[in-house]
Design a protein around this ligand. Sequence first.
Ligand code: ATP
Ligand code: MG
Length: 175
Amino acid sequence: MKTGLIQVYTGNGKGKTTASIGLAIRACGQKLKVCYTSFGKNPGKWGCGEHKILKHLGIDTFCFTQEHPHFHKSLTKAELKNRHSKCLKDLIILLRKKKYDLLILDEINNAIFNGYIEEKEVLNFLNTKPKNLEVVLTGRGASKNIIKKADLVSEIKKIKHPYDKGIYARKGIEF
Ligand code: ATP
Ligand code: MG
């Protein structure tokens, strides 16, 4: 690929993470080199189906900042910020070593929205990314500046969600 673009999947409806996984699989099918990262998810504990299959497909998959603040209330915002910041720095080093074509940053928009990662750190990351690298940022509440920076922005709007009638996350459907 020549120039990698920046994509954002945001909004309050279901389908942001699954869209990014679909893209990762499509890219993999075309022999592109894919890196999939997630923020605030703990697949060791919850066993996200997507992480298993991505690894199985040979896609480098990393779960950054596995401690979701909702489940780790003892973690301070400052500590979470440190952890997120370190993840981004580690990622920059990784990108220098491996020549990826596609990078997914799952739930990074939420991390910015919740103040666990500085928007300017993410913008700096996007400004200095390898030219060929396509980057996807998922998560609710994408910031104005991230949207401004992106080449493609899709907002998934909730019309209905089973959660509203008490049907909670189902294995294989939501995780
Ligand atoms: P998915 O992972 O299924 O593609 P998503 O990435 O768009 O969904 P998130 O905003 O990351 O959704 O939300 C995390 C979880 O909450 C997912 O399991 C998702 O199915 C569920 N969810 C998505 N939208 C809603 C909603 N409007 N109300 C309640 N739960 C939702
Ligand atoms: Mg998601």
